[in-house]
Design a protein around this ligand. Structure first.
Ligand SMILES: O=C(O)CCC(=O)C(=O)O
Length: 309
């Protein structure tokens, strides 16, 4: 995986809310991940989310936008090692401007031949945490072109949008009811070769065209959550059991659901002359999480001290 970023790529991302990145995956990595994605997708049958039996494909308009299968990392070690790759995590942190990053979810988004367009939308309002620094990756498994439904971005819209936009429906341009000021923004189509990827901010307006070809347009995507994000009360892809275990304001940091890709080494709090972190755990799981996170902070502090030697 190629993960080096130049400073102008970071500033482009911050300014425009997206970045096109060529050759993220080499030919053999691409072949391996494509096979792993297809295996994981077929093992799910018509279930949309790994680990949940209550969200099934309906064959309605939305299901003819793309075949959507979520959290393949839980089924495939190849998808897992790619989507939670530490170097990818570092890269995401540099783009998003955060110190640590966790996976929110991955998704195979596969437009079948003649699939409907993906209406313009923003991602972050659907998720169970609210952060202006959430970031997504979209990896092309097939060539993505204007004809088969490549993504389209509205540059800079991440600076305008917030967490209030309505649900995604069949009307491609409904987003402008919420953000009329963006109606005159130019849209940038993102044509990609297999193995290329794009990154976009969780509040950037984006969509994709219809697939007007007899072939598939397949992508592996993921949304990432800054470390330290808390539950905002929205269920999104969480199971009923998971939602029952957490309260609004609890940290989302269970490794089994939201694995940590990367966390920058921290300066030990005492060494920095700072008071101890007074964050209070509010539930059994939050207490466990808090204990885990203290352990990690201690480990990070030891690593930081070692790195300084
Ligand atoms: O692949 C698509 O059609 C849309 C993808 C998308 O909305 C996303 O990755 O956030």
């Amino acid at each position: 995986m190629k993960t080096d970023l130049a400073p102008d790529q970071i500033s482009f991302y911050r300014e425009n809310g997206y970045l096109i990145f060529r050759n993220l995956l080499g030919a053999s990595e691409l072949a391996e991940i494509k096979e792993a994605v297809m295996q994981a997708v077929s093992s799910l049958g018509n279930r949309k989310v790994a680990g949940r039996d209550d969200w099934l494909e309906q064959n309605d308009y939305y299901d003819r936008v793309f075949v959507q299968r979520i959290n393949l990392w839980k089924l495939s070690p190849v998808v897992k090692k790619t989507m939670i790759h530490r170097q990818l995590g570092r890269m995401l942190c540099s783009l998003a401007g955060v110190g640590g990053i966790r996976l929110w979810h991955d998704q195979a988004l596969m437009k079948a031949p003649w699939a409907n367009p993906t209406s313009l939308h923003v991602d972050a309002p659907y998720w169970s945490f609210s952060s202006r620094h959430a970031i997504s990756i979209w990896i092309a498994l097939d060539k993505a072109t204007l004809q088969n439904g490549c993504m389209v971005f509205l540059p800079g819209s991440h600076k305008v949008c917030d967490f209030t936009s309505g649900p995604i429906g069949p009307e491609v341009a409904d987003i402008f009811k919420t953000y009329p000021g963006l109606k005159h923004s130019p849209a940038v189509p993102v044509e990609l070769e297999p193995g290329d990827c794009s990154f976009h901010n969780g509040l950037l307006v984006h969509g994709a065209g219809a697939n007007l070809t007899p072939g598939w347009r397949r992508a592996l995507t993921a949304g990432y959550m800054p470390e330290g994000s808390t539950f905002n009360g929205q269920r999104n892809i969480l199971s009923v059991d998971q939602v029952d275990r957490i309260k609004i304001g609890d940290l989302l940091e269970e490794e089994e659901q939201n694995p940590l890709l990367y966390s920058a080494p921290r300066v030990p709090e005492r060494a920095a002359g700072l008071p101890r972190n007074g964050r209070r755990a509010t539930s059994v799981s939050a207490r466990k999480n808090s204990a885990r996170s203290k352990t990690r902070r201690t480990v990070s502090a030891v690593q930081a001290a070692r790195a300084m030697k």
